[in-house]
Design a protein around this ligand. Structure first.
Ligand code: UT7
Length: 332
């Protein structure tokens, strides 16, 4: 019998109903639809509106729908991991709040922060628990309310990000499918190019930090772009090589949706044609931890058992990586 692997047995996304189009942004900052589309690929993004609503609200919706789809009760979940950089609060963990909202009373839960690589880091972490044989049902949810940390007077960042959540259920399998391999990397020297300056222990919130708009995303786009192109492409090519996957063997590239040009560069390096790349950045923008599960959710019906997927991401930290997943089921 082959070793226990973690199979993705269900996937679900959730995006809030309100949208912010490029045309809307043209009225707020000095930008154009043409600039945004040609430099990023984005046409619109979804924004969570409503007093008192946060990341956990989107994540809880995604997880509730996920469980209904799989036909299981929240009480059956053993562990819930939430990848996010926009937690509801500094503490408690957003994962704790999601679990309470959905009634996952038998689960323990925690957050994982790895910026735009958060979902793949959490997926690999969750898989390890399944592979021990001790855990039967692990939920991994990636969710971010990026609109809560975006400065809508800064044209260099506000055009990029959107809000959304996506979740997968992991269950054990011995059928030779599931999370097969991963390459995960970090380099904290990348902090200077992409971070939130205040609100942490180094620079706690104060009148001054608020006045200076230091609670928003700071990004120096060019160096991040360059590092992302190299980082995402390198690990994607490496994971193919060490698993003896040719470009024909790869059914789908599932890339983090930060910039269409970064996605294209990764696909080119892998030798994978555009018809095998999941791209929905035009509709959602960069939802940080939500991008990859939102792609899986939207393409679910096209996925077949045994399909080879390469999930790839790059984000603040720097964090980056690639995960090789053999899809575990045919969707009805
Ligand atoms: O997901 C987490 C990781 N993040 C990423 O992977 C993002 C990586 N970076 C990028 O995707 C790109 O660097 C951006 C989309 C952020 C920016 O695109 P770019 O092609 O690198 O533009 P740039 O920063 O080099 O700016 C080019 C010009 C500048 O004007 P000048 O100096 O040439 O006159 C900017 O001021 O474009 C200007 N610009 C804009 N113009 C219209 C910057 N933002 C805008 C805007 N609309 N929204």
């Amino acid at each position: 019998m082959s070793a226990i692997k973690a199979a993705i047995t269900a996937v679900q996304g959730y995006v809030p109903k309100d949208t912010l189009t490029n045309q809307d942004l043209e009225k707020i900052v000095d930008t154009t639809d043409e600039w945004i589309k040609s430099r990023t690929g984005i046409e619109k993004r979804h924004i969570l509106k409503g007093e008192g609503l946060g990341t956990s609200d989107m994540a809880a919706e995604a997880v509730k729908l996920l469980l209904a789809k799989r036909g299981i009760d929240a009480t059956e979940i053993d562990l819930l991991i939430c990848a996010t950089v926009t937690p509801d609060h500094v503490f408690p963990a957003t994962a704790n709040i999601i679990s309470a909202k959905i009634g996952a009373v038998n689960a323990w839960s925690y957050d994982l922060g790895a910026a735009c690589s958060g979902f793949i880091f959490a997926l690999v972490t969750g898989s390890q628990f399944i592979e021990t044989g001790k855990y039967k049902k692990v939920v991994v949810v990636g969710a971010d309310k990026m609109s809560s940390i975006v400065d809508y007077t800064d044209r260099t960042t506000c055009v990029i990000f959107g809000d959304g959540a996506g979740a997968v259920l992991l269950e054990p399998t011995t059928e030779g499918v599931g999370v097969m391999d991963s390459i995960l990397k970090t380099d904290g020297n990348g902090k200077v190019y992409l971070h939130q300056k205040a609100g942490g222990s180094v620079r706690p919130a104060s009148h001054e930090t608020v006045d200076n708009k230091e609670h928003f995303v700071f990004q120096d786009g060019q160096p991040v772009f360059k590092a992302a192109v190299v980082g995402m492409a390198d690990v994607s090519a490496e994971i193919m090589e060490r698993n003896h996957l040719s470009s024909d063997d790869v059914a789908w590239l599932v890339p983090h949706q930060a910039n269409l040009r970064i996605i294209d560069a990764t696909a080119r390096r892998m030798g994978v044609g555009n018809d095998k790349v999941m791209i929905n950045i035009q509709r959602y923008g960069n939802t940080t931890s939500g991008t990859i599960p939102l792609c899986l959710w939207e393409w679910e019906k096209q996925l077949r058992k045994g399909d080879n997927l390469v999930l790839a991401a790059f984000g603040g930290g720097f964090t980056w990586g690639a995960v090789y997943v053999k899809w575990a089921y045919d969707s009805q």
